[in-house]
Structures are given as C-alpha cells and as structure tokens.
Design a protein around this ligand. Sequence first.
Ligand code: AP5
Length: 213
Amino acid sequence: MNILLFGPPGAGKGTQSSLLVSKRDFVQISTGDILRGAISRKTELGSLAQAFMSRGQLVPDDLVISLVKQALEQIKGDFILDGFPRTVAQAEALEVLLKGIEKEIERAIFISVPVGALVKRLSGRRVCKLCGSVFHIENKQPKLNGVCDSCGGELVQRDDDKESVIDERMRAYSKHTAPLIEYYKKLGKYFEVNGDKDEAAVFANIEEILNFT
Ligand code: AP5
C-alpha cells in the first residue's frame, strides 16, 4: 500500500515516516530531505531551493514535482510521501505521475496538532548533521547533550526552525497545504490522526488506519 502523510510543520510527519520505514518496510520520499540534501551538496537545485526555504516559503511546484517524478521512477516497494504534495497543483500532478507508473495512493493521512504545540516542537527540534535523526530539547533528548544517539554526529537547529521563519511556514501551510484536506476528502482517501499524543500512540493510530479495509 502506498500512502502519504501530510499536516502542518512539526506535526510529526518525519518522525512517523521513520517509524513506518523501520517497522513496516516502507520507502520514504521526503521532499524536505531531498531539498536539504541538494543544499548541503551545493547543487544548482539546492541554491534555487534555499532562497525559498530560508524564508519559510514553498519551493515552486515545477521544481518539486520534477524531483518527485525522479524519485517515483526509481522506487521499488511500498512508499510514503512525506511533505508532498503541499499544494493542490502538486496533488493533481501526483495523480498524473502515478497513473504513468500504474501506482496509486490509497491513504492520505493528515496529522493534526494544535498550533501552540507545533511552535514548541519546531523551536525545540534538533537534527543530526550527519544522519538526519530528529531529537527535541525537552520531549526527545539525546543521551549526551548535542550528540546524536544513532551516529555520534553533532545536533543542530534547522535554519527554518528559527521563530521568525516558523511564522511564515505556518502561513504557507494554511494558505497552500490546508486545502488538501478537502481535496483528499473528495477523493475518499482522507484519514486523520490526532498527532497531539506521544509518538507511540500516534503510530498505533496510523497502524490502525493502514489495516482499515
Ligand atoms: P519539510 O522538511 O517537509 O518541513 P515541514 O513540512 O515544515 O515539516 P517538518 O520537517 O518541520 O516537521 P515534521 O512534520 O516532519 O515533524 P518532525 O517529525 O520532524 O520542508 C521544509 C521546507 O522545504 C518547506 O518549508 C519548503 O520550503 C520546502 N518544501 C518541502 N517540500 C515541499 C513541497 N512539496 N513543495 C514546496 N516546498 C517544499 O517533528 C518535529 C519535532 O516534534 C521533533 O523535534 C520531534 O521529535 C517532535 N515530535 C514529533 N512527534 C511528536 C509527538 N507525537 N509528541 C511530541 N513531540 C513530537
């Protein structure tokens, strides 16, 4: 089964995708991770994307759609889309891409979290510079302060997790991504989980949705 996870910044899409990858053998396609990878490799795409991401704005649809097209063409097995689509235009393009490779999304799972909790999650998030593992200064502390439990890499704050940028990301979400709730309801693929619970409880709810027939 192929699924997508969507929701506001900090809802836990990446956290839940990692759990699905490790426990359910999904392959994750995260447009945020692909774009950050391009920025750190200093590619042309990376420098184009960075101008938008550092301001908390969405990267233009055509750029992101072509990245997802490449990723989907190489995919083997069931996949999770994390952070894509983020606009109705991206969702429509996804339908076309999937038709071309005879695949479909069976569940579009929205992770719902109140805004106040999101801001705390984002401003306290720390990520490993080497392997990308995600921590939080209060909710998910590493064993050793500032050091990744998985690989020993340095933990840093994402540039777009600074408070001034978080506001803009929230605005971009409300304007461009929230309309996807209605989009997937109309397609009969919409499922919602309460993301304002601990990671394991949210994951248990996602598993229930995956088993729902
Ligand atoms: P992206 O990386 O996709 O960012 P995002 O959607 O804003 O989501 P986040 O990664 O911030 O949060 P998340 O929901 O994955 O939460 P996480 O699990 O890390 O995109 C970044 C930028 O790239 C965008 O702003 C845009 O510019 C560009 N971009 C990407 N895709 C694009 C697209 N399709 N179109 C155009 N532009 C695109 O958790 C957050 C924190 O909360 C962590 O510290 C975690 O430990 C903690 N946490 C998680 N779950 C829980 C829980 N249940 N309880 C308590 N704490 C929790």
